[in-house]
Design a protein around this ligand. Sequence first.
Ligand code: GDP
Ligand code: IMO
Ligand code: MG
Length: 427
Amino acid sequence: MAGYVVVGTQWGDEGKGKIIDVLGHKADYVVRFQGGNNAGHTVVVDGEKFILHLLPSGMLHGNGKCIIGPGVVVDPKVLLKELSVLDAKGAKTDHLFISDRAQLIMPYHVTLDILKEDSATDANRIGTTRRGIGPCYADKISRCGIRMVDLLDMELFAKKLKLNLEEKNMIFDKIYNAPALSYEQILEDYKGYTELLKHRIIDSTPIIHQALKDDKFVLFEGAQAMMLDIDHGNYPFVTSSSPTAGGVTVGAGVSPRSINRIIGVMKAYTTKVGAGPFVTELNDETGETLRAVGHEYGATTGRPRRCGWLDLVVGKYATDINGLTDIVITKIDCLSGMDTIKICTAYEIDGKIHTSIPASTESLMRAKPIYEELPGWQEDITQMKNYEELPENCKNYIKRMEEFLECQITVVSVGPDRTQNIFLKDI
Ligand code: GDP
Ligand code: IMO
Ligand code: MG
């Protein structure tokens, strides 16, 4: 039985898509377990770039099956568009299936997300991806969500839509002074989506269980990351799901006993999109350099990503909460050319030293980073294939990460392409 999990260890965009793609050629199943099209996962194959939002990043191999699991929120319009992009490029798409338990993102979720964000004060705005993620998960927890399975019974779907839309239209009118959405239009649109998607809607739960029993390789693909976790991230500047390893059992419907390896993807520096505390943020020339060299612009929204030094307080938190068995370092090539590189190993908050993340987001806003300084390296490492080739100072940086995090570093990614990797250990 081989259940592998890939999760983000920072604020997202660590390169999870690339790593899933690298491991994906051997996978019998690649399963998304949470989040929705707030994700933007980049896969580069022979110089061609694919950005996947809802589709699992194993799609491009076509060997195994790809599943959008029960814990995912699905916008069918976005899903169909993504499939059509792959179809147009001649890529295989008939290996994609969607759990009948997955929640549907409805147009009123997207509208509500946008209205809430636009009407919030600067201090309260989360900076969401405006894709309807939060309102859809809110309805799920309130037990009024509509699921993929409901699309298979249009009469039932219509009833649920009517009930939900009446309430949402009242909110649009009374709270936001915004126009109502049309019941007839949504019904017609979702009937159309159903015709195109119904052959892909399955009960994924027994299929995944059987695969694990048959000793198949099942790869669980996390979206978002540690610090965006609804329970353990910088609340309220988080997403509405559980992107940590614990989320796999809930979102895919598998036992913790079926997970063998938990792989954390960690960028060699830190980036974040959206509002909220970011202790090692660099609002200076170095931050601009990281953004330019790392092309740090959101894969989903195109927003410039906030950039800063590596925060190992966050790294340790992610290692412990996820129980990481392996770490993959990405984008270390983007640090070439720096004279010195800083690593944050603790915070100072109101005169006290903290080595773990405090719950109070307000106090985290006042945190000052405590840094270790390491000498940099000048060489371009993007074509290197072996650990021995790496500059001594780059190796020291990797060793310091491994020592601090107390977790083996298995792969060092040195470029966006699926071939640009240095394997330190078998994975
Ligand atoms: P994800 O959301 O975690 O899948 O990450 P994104 O795709 O949003 O952002 C990661 C970006 O870094 C993408 O543009 C990748 O192509 C790119 N990338 C991934 N790994 C590396 C790497 O090791 N080096 C460089 N230079 N780019 C990388
Ligand atoms: P991947 O999978 C980076 C952030 C948003 C915002 C917060 C809440 O590509 O790493 P939401 O729309 O989820 O309600 O927004 O979470 N966010 C991400 N940031 N990468 C992502 O996904 C993200 N998905 C959501 O910017 O701060
Ligand atoms: Mg991304």
